[in-house]
Design a protein around this ligand. Structure first.
Ligand SMILES: Nc1ncnc2c1ncn2[C@@H]1O[C@H](COP(=O)(O)OP(=O)(O)OP(=O)(O)O)[C@@H](O)[C@H]1O
Length: 316
């Protein structure tokens, strides 16, 4: 392991019957961070995560997880990781509590700690009242919540979460984020895939965006958003045409267009610093302003910028 990198992927390639699903990707995940892998459907996320977790054999490249080579020491890798997948199965005849209890024993979590985590997690996913219900009688959404709760019981060195909040309602999703943060703070490195841009933004220390089997950009959420360099100010004025003329002189302004929301001013620097200057210029020209709105780029904007696609339209 180099320095503090807990996952090291170098020149990873994977083909299915001649189709290149992963086309030479390299990245590292640092010990203790929450790392997110984002990409449209079919980008190669599952293929990559399957190789990292030893579920798919390595074809080409090198992958080390928790200091072990996935090709040479798959058993060691498996001992160091935890996985929460989308299609995990539950034992239909166990109750909710038994499902958790069984998993906790399997991983030798001491009795008191086990009880505490079961209580905490069932509260997070709101299955407390269902603790004695058999899993076959749960709704689809409840089963999903139980699978996730079960996966979060252990504190492995690296925890892989594949779409951990897919299909959860917003409140449960937020409680889940809180819990994932707690697991992370207890020392577990987290590797996450998600379709939710806001989730990646809120949770991740670093993000890589993958498309067509290649990594197209990596960075912290702040870096990725700032790199777009496109804060937009929406202005409603008494005279948009004249206001537009007035704004031409300001250096940081990239473009001014008239939109249904008023004047749309795209800025190549930090918008919050340019705002006073913009307001002064327009007022100085004797033009009244009725509203001002600053919009910073979001992770959605980042995703659309790099992939040309909107995740909300890709079956999320
Ligand atoms: N077993 C397989 N046999 C043939 N092709 C496969 C197989 N598994 C994946 N692929 C193809 O490899 C590409 C990458 O798939 P992968 O499942 O890794 O994408 P993904 O980013 O996880 O997508 P999603 O967001 O839809 O889960 C896709 O084009 C897919 O059709």
């Amino acid at each position: 392991m180099e320095g503090d990198d807990i996952i090291e992927v170098r020149d990873l390639e994977h083909t299915f019957d001649g189709f290149a699903a992963v086309r030479g990707i390299s990245f590292t995940v640092r010990k203790g961070e929450i790392f997110s892998f984002l990409g449209p459907n079919g980008a190669g996320k599952s293929t990559t995560i399957n190789i990292l977790t030893t579920l798919l054999p390595l074809q080409k490249g090198t992958v080390r997880v928790a200091g072990y080579d996935v090709a040479r020491e798959p058993g060691r890798v498996r001992e160091s990781i935890g996985i929460v997948f989308q299609d995990d199965v539950l034992d239909r005849d166990l109750t909710v509590r038994e499902t958790m209890e069984f998993h906790g024993r399997l991983y030798s979590i001491p009795r008191d700690e086990r009880r505490r985590r079961i209580d905490d997690l069932l509260r997070v996913v709101e299955l407390g009242p269902k603790r004695d219900e058999r899993t076959k009688n749960l709704s689809g959404g409840m089963k999903r919540r139980l699978q996730i709760a079960r996966g979060l019981m252990t504190r492995p060195e690296v925890l892989f979460l594949d779409e951990p909040t897919q299909g959860l309602d917003p409140q449960t999703r937020m409680r889940m984020w809180e819990y994932i943060r707690q697991v992370n703070q207890s020392g577990t490195t987290i590797f996450l895939t998600t379709h939710y841009m806001e989730e990646a933004d809120m949770l991740s220390d670093r993000i890589s965006i993958i498309d067509d089997g290649k990594i197209i950009v990596s960075g912290t959420p702040e870096e990725l958003k700032n790199a777009l360099g496109e804060d937009v100010v929406y202005l409603e004025t008494e005279d948009d045409r004249r206001a537009r003329e007035t704004l031409r002189g300001i250096g940081e302004i990239r473009s001014v267009t008239e939109s249904p929301r008023g004047l749309s001013v795209t800025i190549s620097a930090d918008g919050s610093h340019c705002l006073p200057q913009i307001i002064d210029a327009v007022r100085g020209a004797g033009i009244g302003i009725s509203s001002v709105n600053l919009k910073k780029p979001t992770m959605d904007d980042v995703f659309v910028h790099y992939t040309g696609r909107d995740l909300r339209d890709t079956g999320a």
